[in-house]
Write a protein that binds this ligand. Structure first.
Ligand code: IMP
Ligand code: MG
Length: 184
């Protein structure tokens, strides 16, 4: 990390690396291959939930060997810190008519479950051919609503994590790994 990055991202707030670059790469390859087999010959749309999933989407789509499209939604449920606001706002919606696609929602982390339960409800109402949720991480201990992703690459304990797309106050998204953040 260079001096400029160090000014904004206090690395003494990073307690430890929880998921390494290598672990993320290996799992993403595995899931990309699985999706490529499962959706062979089918119209596929990967829907990234911004902002947290942009890096996961970018890496995952490059491990998919069949044709696919990408789309973006922005759902905000967190204020600037580490506590949830409790409500979900869709601030950017998809451009595609999803009724002609098999849709995979690509998420960074499922925490309370509120964001995805709302997004899934909304997208299911638009009658996609199929709808699944793939998340990089799942934090099942924090669940507040009944929601289960179809696939979670990693299950993490009840910790606040940053890196690989996930932020704290908009910083740390560019760390190449997932780390435990010191909230104190
Ligand atoms: P929800 O509580 O499941 O609705 O999660 C909403 C969003 O909060 C996730 O998509 C993440 O972008 C963010 N989030 C949840 N847990 C963490 C975390 O530990 N670090 C950073 N962002 C998080
Ligand atoms: Mg997110």
């Amino acid at each position: 990390m260079d001096a400029v990055s160090l000014k904004c991202q206090k690395l003494d707030k990073i307690k430890r690396i929880l998921i390494s670059e290598e672990e993320i790469r290996a799992k993403t390859k595995e899931i990309g291959a699985l999706i490529s087999r499962e959706y062979q010959g089918k119209p596929l749309l990967l829907v990234s939930i911004l902002k947290g999933s942009f890096i996961f989407l970018a890496d995952l789509c490059r491990e998919i060997s069949i044709p696919c499209e990408v789309g973006f939604m922005c759902a905000e449920s967190y204020y600037n810190g580490t506590a949830s606001s409790g409500s979900v706002n869709i601030v950017l919606d998809l451009k595609q008519d999803i009724s002609e696609y098999n849709v995979i929602i690509v998420e960074d982390i499922v925490d309370s479950g509120r964001t995805l339960s709302e997004v899934v409800k909304m997208l299911a109402g638009r009658n996609p051919i199929s709808l699944k949720v793939y998340t990089l991480m799942d934090k099942p201990e924090r669940r507040e609503v009944d929601f289960k992703p179809d696939y979670a690459l990693f299950t993490v304990p009840d910790l606040f994590v940053v890196g690989y797309g996930l932020d704290c106050g908009e910083y740390y998204r560019n760390l190449p790994y997932v780390a435990e953040y010191d909230c104190s």
